[in-house]
Design a binder for this molecule. Structure first.
Ligand code: SAM
Length: 243
């Protein structure tokens, strides 16, 4: 068994998933309000951009991995309409429940499935589009996850990876101050859990930057990969095409 990272800590691969589960079990009830607070509402713009790039048509089949409280699944479901399918998935039951309840409250009943992005329980070539927003960073075996995403896409299908990335140099100092000093305090005050938000800041620093993730997607077999920097690289949207 090899080593991996949980934020800045190095640990055995077998331990990471349960540490990540602990984080999301803890933050699930306050996840949406914390997302708005921490990003000052920007996560809504990043997701709206992702939905625009997805450019879905009625009738298409979409898989949202690490879908959590369902922001992307809800927007995608409206685009593909009643003839399409959006499968809302996550490895964490607490997050998935929050998402499912919210979607039902909004009149959307989607297939909802507890599953690991690293081992997808779907047939090869099932989906027109696969998305993973702020989820890949938390996975232990990112190469295996990307290979699975590639496998379940139809030929010509696209993978959208929305994730924190490497911020532009002039902003680094202020971004570090905000991430390591402010974020954990907001987490402690609102969600009574500073540690989970410290993990968030650390995991962002350990995640591959724009060029490295692009190379990983090419290695997973995506014939073409575009990178869209958002908010000066705080976040990047990687779009891979299964050619
Ligand atoms: N996609 C949602 C969003 O953008 O608001 C939720 C993102 S949340 C930061 C990260 C999600 O990744 C959590 O719900 C967590 O349970 C999920 N996750 C972590 N590891 C996973 C894995 N191996 N497979 C599937 N989901 C995973």
């Amino acid at each position: 068994m090899s080593d991996t990272h949980f934020g800045f800590q190095t640990l055995d691969e077998a331990q990471k998933a349960s540490r990540v589960r602990g984080v999301f079990d803890s933050v699930a009830p306050k996840y949406d309000v914390m997302n708005d607070l921490m990003s000052m509402g920007l996560h809504r713009a990043w997701k709206a951009y992702t939905v625009a790039v997805a450019n879905l048509r009625p009738g298409q089949a979409v898989l949202d991995i690490a879908g959590g409280t369902g922001d992307l699944a809800r927007a995608f479901a409206r685009k593909v309409g009643p003839t399409g399918t959006v499968v809302h998935t996550d490895i964490n039951e607490a997050m998935l429940r929050q998402g499912r309840d919210r979607l039902i409250d909004e009149g959307l009943v989607l297939p909802t499935l507890l599953c690991d992005g690293e081992k997808l329980p779907f047939a090869t070539a099932s989906f027109d589009l696969v998305s993973v927003a702020f989820g890949l960073r938390n996975m232990t075996r990112k190469e295996a996850a990307l290979a699975e995403m590639m496998r379940v896409l139809k030929p010509g299908g696209r993978l959208l990876v929305l994730e924190f990335s490497k911020v532009a140099e002039p902003l680094q100092k202020v971004y570090d101050w905000y991430s390591f000093k402010v974020l954990p305090r907001i987490g402690q005050l609102v969600a009574h859990d500073g540690d989970s938000y410290r993990y968030l800041a650390e995991s962002i620093r350990m995640h591959p930057g724009q060029a490295q993730l692009k190379a990983m997607m090419r290695d997973a077999g995506f014939g073409h990969v575009d990178v869209h920097n958002l908010s000066a690289g705080v976040v990047a949207l990687h779009v891979g095409i299964k050619c």
